[in-house]
Design a protein around this ligand. Structure first.
Ligand SMILES: [Zn+2]
Length: 266
């Protein structure tokens, strides 16, 4: 059976002297595992096409029950070379690919996730938006695709609209287990029933809500570096709460910059 689709490479491994094994994400078929025979031979039909971060047009033959499908042809649809020239953008890109790979299953369409992944890779390649902001927006979108978006503007328990921050230092009650922010009454009930709740800066939650609703462009020039670090730390903590293990790209920091793209929070 011949299949074709757009694709983004999630991971790739050398296979023998000249071949590659690719794990790719496709909008229609979800995760696909491919053998690219002779990928390193200059005469190959997809020589120098199979790079991370680029949107590809792939054609492959699929056989039910076989572990690897066989790549037949590959073309570049969108090149994003610039991502690899900046360490922060590169690592943010890897983090986005890794997250997408965690959610995608074989044979299950992931059109929304694929579109979000292409979008964040475009932003990282264009380099107009801080990589931390772009990646945080992707992570919030990723959670939304999984139905795990945190309640940021409303109470996660009763749905009442949360009051805006009374002062820049105001804090709100947040419960990852309840799915987000809690109003005062629901926070008391949560505490009484022994659920873990945290106090978080209301400003941080409001900025995260804006990021989730309006995208990173909306915050360019309006968010300070300190605020961005807090939003980043909040999003990563919430993300890690929902993932069973910490993704590899989130385990290290570069230059000790906490909350830098794709990095673990302190
Ligand atoms: Zn409530």
């Amino acid at each position: 059976m011949i299949r074709s689709d757009r694709a983004l490479i999630l991971r790739r491994f050398a296979y023998g002297e000249t071949s590659l094994v690719l794990h790719v994400l496709t909008p229609s078929f979800g995760r696909v595992h491919l053998l690219a025979k002779g990928a390193y031979r200059p005469t190959s039909r997809y020589y120098a096409v199979l790079d991370l971060f680029d949107t590809l047009e792939l054609e492959w033959s699929h056989a039910a029950g076989r572990e690897l499908d066989t790549l037949r042809a590959g073309d570049l649809a969108r090149r994003r070379l610039a991502i690899s020239s900046d360490l922060f953008r590169y690592r943010a890109g890897l983090a986005a690919l890794e997250l997408a790979g965690l959610a995608a299953q074989e044979g299950q369409p992931v059109r929304g996730l694929f579109a979000r992944l292409e979008h964040v890779l475009d932003e990282l390649a264009e380099a107009r938006i801080d990589a931390r902001l772009a990646l945080s927006a992707f992570e919030l979108g990723f959670l939304a695709e999984l139905g795990l978006a945190p309640a940021l503007a409303r109470c996660a328990a009763c749905g009442r609209v949360a009051p805006p921050a009374a002062s820049p230092r105001a804090s709100s009650v947040f419960s990852p287990g309840a799915g987000g922010r809690l109003c005062r009454r629901c926070a008391e009930e949560a505490r009484a029933s022994g659920r873990r709740v945290f106090a978080l800066s209301t400003r941080t939650l409001e900025l995260a809500a804006e990021l989730a609703n309006d995208g990173p462009e909306a915050l360019v020039g309006r968010i300070s570096d300190a605020e961005l670090e807090k939003v980043r730390a909040f999003v990563v903590r919430f993300l890690e709460y929902h993932l069973e293990s910490r993704p590899k790209s989130y385990r290290r920091t570069v230059g000790g910059v906490a909350g830098a793209p794709g990095f673990a929070t302190p």
